[in-house]
Design a protein around this ligand. Structure first.
Ligand SMILES: Cc1cc2nc3c(=O)[nH]c(=O)nc-3n(C[C@H](O)[C@H](O)[C@H](O)COP(=O)(O)OP(=O)(O)OC[C@H]3O[C@@H](n4cnc5c(N)ncnc54)[C@H](O)[C@@H]3O)c2cc1C
Length: 391
């Protein structure tokens, strides 16, 4: 049975995070207008204090530990303020979620406090992650991995301290040879070569990173170095998606919730009411649209919560995490577009954040696997097809 009753400490942290989102909203436009500008010290201080307060609430002694579910609930709340400022300040990137999911306790101790980005995409490799061509070769003389290749569109690639890099041990062995490696940015041969100018999530940086004979210790590999050619050989690296996809989906839900709540408030000021106890035939177009958006948001949230909750129980959640991301990515993008339309000219104006939310939320349907790729994963898992049978 699915039970999403949350521990009192999670509820307390959620309330704190919700209140903190108000502050984030106040500074969000500035960093949208000033991409790549570093946050001002007083803002960093305030964002850190807010995060520390909700972190302390979660760490309070008491019953229940909502684990990953608590993480995505906090993420939804803070994304109602801004989807990128908190994780940039807190130093939490997709690489951290990957490390949390697959690293050994010793690696967690070594890398847990680093701000870690995730680098899968390359100039010749996007949706089809089996095309990764960055190489990792073991130098037996020094017991170090030597990495070579180029990674593009690395979120937080400039501000992070380390990057979780996907690289192949042997291109001829296909997916099974792809492994992930933690590369600290201070390593010689790891160079930032480009910064993107983006449509949305402009409070974060997106960078290209070149790896040229970049040496890292043997123990920086996440998972086993063994190349198992059995079906699902890429499982080690792909398992990280099971943790990162619910997180990315929760960001979309937070942004879309902000858009819905703001739009509803404005429409109520204009005299609309939103009854939940009337038949569909008696609702006008605006009321129907709002209720439809709310239902879609709730459906996305429940799928995402389910995927996180399975992870917390140590159960396989690949199907659910892809379902949740597919639903959240698409529904939330559509919700934000519809809110812009419902708000009329105000929606298109920079006076309010609706147009920013519409731009910001689109990325959640793209990174960590596009909506189309999530649908492929879902179909494969439900129908029992392999990658080669359904692509
Ligand atoms: C702002 C931003 C931040 C990013 N951050 C990161 C990051 O931190 N780390 C990282 O590794 N990457 C990151 N990415 C890259 C992102 O993950 C890729 O853009 C995404 O995976 C798609 O790959 P692609 O762009 O090469 O598109 P392609 O793979 O070329 O796909 C193009 C289009 O075709 C569709 N398509 C592809 N294959 C199929 C198929 N088999 N069936 C149906 N449709 C298909 C896709 O859905 C997409 O719509 C980021 C991208 C952006 C824009």
């Amino acid at each position: 049975m699915i039970d999403f009753s949350l521990a009192p400490k999670t509820l307390k942290a959620k309330r704190l995070e919700h209140n903190a989102a108000e502050y984030l909203r106040g500074i969000a436009r500035y960093y949208d207008d000033h991409e790549h500008e570093e946050l001002r010290p007083e803002e960093i201080k305030r964002v850190r204090e807010n995060a520390a307060a909700s972190g302390a609430a979660l760490a309070e002694p008491g019953p229940g530990d909502d684990g990953m579910l608590a993480t995505i609930i906090m993420s939804e709340e803070s994304c109602m303020g801004d989807p990128m400022i908190p994780q940039t300040v807190a130093g939490f990137g997709l690489g951290n979620a990957a490390i949390g999911a697959v690293a050994t306790p010793e690696q967690r101790a070594r890398f847990g406090n680093l701000f870690c980005a995730m680098a899968i995409t390359e100039p010749g490799c996007g949706s089809d992650t089996s095309a990764v061509s960055t190489t990792a070769k073991l130098d037996p003389a020094t017991n170090e991995w030597v990495l070579n290749g180029e990674k593009i569109f690395v979120t937080s690639g400039k501000r992070c301290q380390a990057v979780v890099v996907w690289a192949t041990l042997d291109k001829s062995k296909g997916r099974a040879a792809i492994k992930s490696f933690v590369v600290e940015k201070t390593r010689p041969g790891c160079t930032l070569i480009k910064l993107e100018h983006k449509l949305g999530i402009r409070a974060s940086d997106t960078a290209s990173i070149l790896l040229e004979d970049c040496r890292i210790p043997f123990d920086n590999i996440l998972g086993s170095p063994e190349i198992r050619e059995a079906r699902g050989g890429q499982a080690g690296v792909l398992a990280t998606f099971d943790a990162t996809r619910p997180y990315v989906a929760s960001q979309a839900i937070g942004v879309a919730r902000a858009a819905i709540e703001f739009t509803k408030e404005k429409l109520e000021e204009a005299g609309y009411t939103f009854p939940y106890d009337k038949g569909i035939h008696s609702l006008n177009a605006v009321q129907k649209e709002m209720l439809d958006m709310e239902a879609n948001l709730e459906a996305a949230r429940l799928l995402v919560w389910q995927s996180a909750s399975l992870l917390d129980k140590g159960l396989r959640n690949s199907l659910e995490s892809s379902m949740g991301k597919a639903k959240a990515g698409k529904a939330c993008s559509l919700i934000c577009q519809r809110c812009v339309a419902l708000l009329g000219p105000l929606g298109y104006s920079k006076e309010v954040l609706a147009e920013k939310w519409m731009r910001d939320v689109k990325i959640n349907d793209i990174f960590e696997g596009t909506g189309q790729i999530q649908m492929l994963v879902v179909c494969r898992l439900i129908l029992g097809f392999s990658r080669d049978q359904l692509k």
